[in-house]
Design a protein around this ligand. Structure first.
Ligand code: ZN
Length: 357
């Protein structure tokens, strides 16, 4: 994988996890020589692709701006536009990315880090200058002011402890970390989250529903070569409120949009591998029958929506809510679309997803 492929992977990895990031927040970057490739301003992490969603700035010029403590926000903005050699406006947090030495940088608004960053424990730990591999930076307005605060804390910590931690928690804001490869960052983030949850005496399984989402995504990525795959967990639908605690029933489509947006029926994954990932045989059977991957999955008591974009996941959820309303109201007395009617609605794209051999 080249740097940009890795940047896309890093950007998309948690782009669909609500507990990791929301809306257009968070950003990613990769350094190559004196060029910093960074997510564009206002772009969602899920929209970072090989040819779009990021821009390029001259790293040494951004570092030069950072040396000028007396510069204000608008002065810095003016200079950063000269450092920009790409086609879009760089993220307002470009300075933070330039400050960190690691090749890849990930900044997210994770629920765990924001919980800690807004807690009394954060203030206590910062005051005591705890050295646990995490740097704590006091609140500052996002952008140039935050970068100046972060630089001050990095310099101070280095003077005191002789190194700069890879992970930094930003008070009332979120987390930023860097590393020399994507996997070390992804693992590092989970380690830091565990540390913070322990520090706050919170259960480590607070985010199980979202971890199930990642297990599902891993299983799909291992099994199929999908160009881009996003999964969203429904916040208000569960198998409990769909089926009242009983086993899930087949739920064939009642209307054309259900077929188009949600697929002919949801797939229920019940068997689980030792790794915690689902056994994918029902997905294989679905692909065989309908020629496309499922768009709605039941797994571990939750409802998941799959799509090539987050918008498609949201559309599937909207339409599925109509479908599940009908299913609950009609119970076994409804008239579903016939197999022939469903097949007529499906566009056959059997070649789109190649199964990994
Ligand atoms: Zn942020």
């Amino acid at each position: 994988m080249n740097s940009i492929e890795n940047l896309v992977r890093l950007s998309q990895f948690y782009a669909d996890r609500l507990d990791m990031n929301q809306a257009g927040g968070g950003n990613t970057s990769v350094k190559e020589g004196d060029v910093l490739y960074i997510k564009g301003s206002g772009v969602n992490l899920s929209e970072v692709r090989m040819q779009s969603g990021y821009t390029a700035v001259v790293l040494s010029q951004v570092k030069e701006i950072l040396k000028q403590e007396s510069l204000d926000e608008s002065g810095a903005q003016e200079r950063i536009s000269t450092a920009n050699i790409g086609t879009m406006r760089p993220s307002i947090e470009t300075y933070l990315h330039a400050l960190l030495d690691g090749k890849y940088v990930l900044h997210l608004h994770t629920w765990v880090s924001m919980l800690y960053a807004s807690s009394a424990e954060f203030s206590d730990d910062r005051a005591a200058d705890v050295d646990d591999g995490i740097l704590r930076v006091e609140y500052a307005k996002p952008g140039f002011e935050l970068a100046k605060a972060m630089k001050r804390q990095m310099d101070r910590f280095e003077r005191q402890h002789g190194y700069v931690p890879n992970w930094i928690v930003l008070q009332n804001h979120g987390i930023i970390g860097s590393g020399d490869n994507v996997d070390s960052i992804l693992e590092g983030l989970l380690d830091v989250h565990t540390k913070l949850l322990r520090r706050m005496n919170r259960p480590l399984n607070l985010f199980d529903k979202y971890c199930d989402q990642s297990k599902l995504k891993n299983a799909f990525n291992k099994r199929f070569e999908t160009p881009s795959l996003f999964i969203r967990t429904s916040e208000d639908l569960s198998l409990e409120n769909l089926f009242g605690g009983g086993a899930s029933r087949p739920m064939h489509a009642f209307f054309p949009d259900a077929v188009v947006y949600c697929g002919p029926e949801p797939v229920s994954l019940e068997a689980i591998e030792e790794s915690g990932e689902p056994v994918m045989t029902p997905v294989d059977q679905y692909l065989e029958t309908y020629g496309e991957l499922p768009k709605v999955i039941f797994f571990n008591g939750h409802v998941f929506f799959l799509g090539e974009t987050l918008k498609k996941c949201a559309e599937a959820e909207d339409v599925f809510k109509a479908q599940s309303f009908l299913s609950r109201q009609l119970q076994d007395n409804g008239t579903e679309l016939s197999e022939a009617q469903v097949k007529e609605l499906l566009s056959w794209e059997a070649e789109k997803y190649r199964r990994r051999q």
